[in-house]
Design a protein around this ligand. Sequence first.
Ligand code: SF4
Length: 268
Amino acid sequence: MTLSIRKKKEGFGHHEDWIATTWSPVTGCTKCSAACVHCYALDRIIPWQLRLKKQKYRNGGRVTLHPGTLDEPRHKRKGKDIFVCSMSDLFHEKVPTSFIKKVFKVMNECPQHNFRLITKRSERMAEIATDLIWTPNIWAGVTIEHPDYLHRADELRKVPASVLFIYCEPLLGSLKRLNLKGISTIVVGGESGPEAREMKKKWVLELRDKCREKGTALFFKQWGDSPLSGPEDRNNQKQDKGGCLLDGEEYKERLVFNSATGRAEFKA
Ligand code: SF4
């Protein structure tokens, strides 16, 4: 499979340019990892929705199931890339397996969409993976932001999804020991927000070189808001906070789902 580097920015006009839309059958979470310290969902979006008195967010950050939203993907005929549970973690210990199975049933019955699951509870995902049906339109991912969480890649490899991916955002340490075996794509980014933590250029270069060596697609999202992160490459692009050039090049290698074939393809 040949990888290509996109030279031009092509965002979706959404906060997340790797995934086009979201579906939240669960909201609320608890912090469990270094990446959670400035959780965008718990610290910003959910309190804001609560202030707006949105019924869906009446429980604030408490884990809440929304069975009424389960059918939402069925109403979208046109295929979308859907980030599942952007306001929670589907594999949170308070989400019953019976409910996770309902979420999977909807995903299994909507082959037009590409569902992307990202969890920090990789142990639970691996533990119940064989009780779930992984149709090719469901991609599984874990967050690995620091070497303390390298074990998540091993747990991810136990999941029989057609595409396995890793989110290294916010990148908070060197992942030079990360094993990319079986991993199709990684997303790398620095932290956003007023208290953004540093992402060293060295850590990003280590991941880039590892991806080149293993043939893994690299989507380098942004340097983030910390002034300490990669200052020589800042180019002030609006959507990519702090810019997204790495030694003068953009790495926006995008894996896309072809709903006609059910396969993932690299897109230039
Ligand atoms: S797992 Fe995700 S949603 Fe939950 S607290 Fe951490 S960053 Fe937030």
